[in-house]
Design a protein around this ligand. Structure first.
Ligand SMILES: Nc1ncnc2c1ncn2[C@@H]1O[C@H](COP(=O)(O)OP(=O)(O)OP(=O)(O)O)[C@@H](O)[C@H]1O
Ligand SMILES: [Mg+2]
Length: 352
């Protein structure tokens, strides 16, 4: 064992606008168990579109989360966290072999592809395929201001940051790699503030897409259409889902408009993949995660609209649920990201 090597797990910290969640896994041979877990609601306005607007309140909330954990054992002081999806970018590039490093090649081409000023971004990459004349690389980028502010506040909480990751890679680690999935597929994360999809095929994420829907936007549409306050609108959404028999179909009709937008975006993503990736395979299925995946009948509705089998994710396929009364099927969907982060922190050889 190396002098500096550590077998202690780092914990995973999912930072979303409304909630922060932690999970720490313990390694037993090649398997892992959930050792510690917790979730805390953030005060309104503390975080907006991924930016920490009130550092003092965020820090207090983070400390509280770390003190109110469930489970047994010592919480690591090393953390792996996720970068806000709205502020990140991920794309695959085919690079001809040149006499400069891959990093230099990426620096040259990135400005044409980034939706942001490249000077304002950090980027990282992974070589996915090497061939005699070209290499395929997956590039991730995030706004420097976001990375720096997350880093600073986590340090202030006494934590050292082992990694900051792009959410699609985190979800991929749990739902595809750890679940030992091989099929080409689309994974959609329906969150409270944002939703995104990524397409996985032949060993890697091919691209990510932000979707024009979110749980909160859905609540706002229900609230304005039916003259309800936002809390009541969310309750109605959860109680009725896409059931035409509930509330005379009023909620189902509203949700249908939103799910239609999702179906259009997914179909565009499939066409984009068909048209731009020569070795593409047709996705075999669509997998839904995040809280919005719990919406009654959303999977069946998307399946009918898109024509691909659509299922709800199974975060517990290869990890034992430590407390089914805490991790209900509904809550489990909200913990996919925290679990994917913790998997990297568990020091399993394949993720080091
Ligand atoms: N049964 C349900 N039907 C419909 N929506 C639901 C249901 N259960 C939860 N949701 C919605 O899921 C959303 C929360 O999802 P999730 O916990 O994945 O978000 P988050 O990770 O906190 O936010 P984000 O990923 O956007 O930063 C809320 O908008 C909530 O209303
Ligand atoms: Mg989320």
């Amino acid at each position: 064992m190396g002098f500096l090597s550590t077998t202690e797990s780092s914990f995973g910290l999912d930072i979303s606008q409304r909630d922060i969640r932690l999970v720490q896994l313990a390694k037993h041979g090649k398997k892992v168990d959930i050792q510690l877990y917790s979730e805390l609601h953030l005060p309104v306005g503390c975080l907006e579109a991924g930016e920490i607007k009130n550092p003092k309140v965020f820090l207090e909330s983070l400390k509280k989360l770390m003190h109110t954990k469930h489970g047994r054992g010592h919480l690591s002081d090393e953390v792996i966290t996720v970068l806000p999806e709205q502020k990140t970018f991920m794309k695959i590039f085919d690079l001809p072999k040149e006499n400069i490093s891959v990093r230099e090649q990426i620096v040259k081409i990135l400005p044409q592809h980034l939706p942001f000023d490249p000077e304002s971004m950090y980027f990282d990459f992974q070589v996915i395929k090497r061939e005699p004349t070209r290499r395929t690389v997956l590039v991730g980028a995030c706004a420097k201001t976001i990375v720096n502010s997350y880093f600073e506040i986590l340090n202030q909480a006494g934590l050292s940051v082992v990694a900051m990751e792009i959410e699609a890679s985190v979800i991929d680690r749990l739902l595809i790699e750890y679940n030992d999935e091989k099929d080409p597929q689309i994974i959609i994360d329906f969150g409270a503030n944002r939703s995104g999809l990524f397409l996985y095929d032949q060993g890697s994420i091919k691209f990510t897409v932000s979707l024009p829907v979110s749980g909160i936007k859905t609540d706002q549409l229900i609230a304005s259409t039916l003259s309800l306050d936002l809390e009541k609108a969310e309750q109605a959404k959860i109680a009725c889902g896409m059931d035409p028999a509930k509330a005379n179909g009023a909620i189902c009709d509203i949700l249908n408009k939103i799910v239609e937008e999702v179906a259009v975006s997914v179909t565009q993503a499939i066409n984009f993949y068909d048209n731009n990736f020569p070795e593409h395979q047709r996705p075999a299925k669509i997998v839904l995660c995040g809280g919005g995946a719990n919406m009654y009948n959303i999977n069946q509705t998307l399946q009918n609209k898109i024509g691909l089998p659509t299922i709800i994710s199974d975060p517990w396929k290869n990890i034992k649920n430590p407390n089914p009364s805490y991790f209900t099927p509904q809550k489990s969907q909200s913990f996919v990201t925290a679990m994917g982060l913790a998997l990297r922190g568990a020091n399993l050889e394949k993720y080091l």
